[in-house]
Design a protein around this ligand. Sequence first.
Ligand SMILES: CC(C)(COP(=O)(O)OP(=O)(O)OC[C@H]1O[C@@H](n2cnc3c(N)ncnc32)[C@H](O)[C@@H]1OP(=O)(O)O)[C@@H](O)C(=O)NCCC(=O)NCCS
Length: 184
Amino acid sequence: MEAVTTERLAFKQPELADGDALFERMNDFDIVKFLTSVPWPYRRADADAYIERARSGRAEGNGHYYLVLDKATRAILGTVDLRFDPEETAHFGYWYAKAAWGRGYASEALTALLDFGFGSLGLRNIWGAAMPQNPASIRVMEKCGLTDVGRIEVERPNFGDAVEMVKLNMRRADWLARSGGAPA
Ligand SMILES: CC(C)(COP(=O)(O)OP(=O)(O)OC[C@H]1O[C@@H](n2cnc3c(N)ncnc32)[C@H](O)[C@@H]1OP(=O)(O)O)[C@@H](O)C(=O)NCCC(=O)NCCS
């Protein structure tokens, strides 16, 4: 998906040189409180650990991990990733720096990720999950054409508990109907 651009966004794989910028943006409880796998307190080393997990995950074929960039300035806005499950299914996650909220970036990037997953990777199902207390994220997924398929319990190693999340799913047929099958 590095070759993909949208109207305002570009994507690239994270590198160690991105660690400072990631730490600066991610060290924000208003972001981490809605994520299930990011440690809190967030340390500079956690940014490097994420970058290494993205590298090894990609190398092992577990998924795709991207920084979302402002296409014009190449500034880092957030991240989006797609992790593979069995049976041609994958799930995604994302977060954006607070300064970038409310401008439609999450929806623009998720649309591109769905096109990549269904169009280029040929997946059959792509799903995401958000806490009920996170209506902005649920809205992002609904705007992109996912539908609520129920509640799931997700472990949150970062807080040592489990939380109920709203699961939203898109089937390949939904994507084809929506996009006309446009290739990624
Ligand atoms: C959730 C998050 C990704 C949204 O990013 P964003 O770029 O602001 O999202 P968008 O601008 O594409 O869309 C947000 C939508 O939610 C709506 N929204 C925002 N706050 C809302 C609220 N409290 N209740 C209902 N809808 C809300 C916006 O109006 C917009 O919908 P609209 O286009 O129909 O008006 C961002 O706030 C974030 O990174 N949060 C912290 C981390 C996180 O929650 N990650 C997702 C975990 S599941």
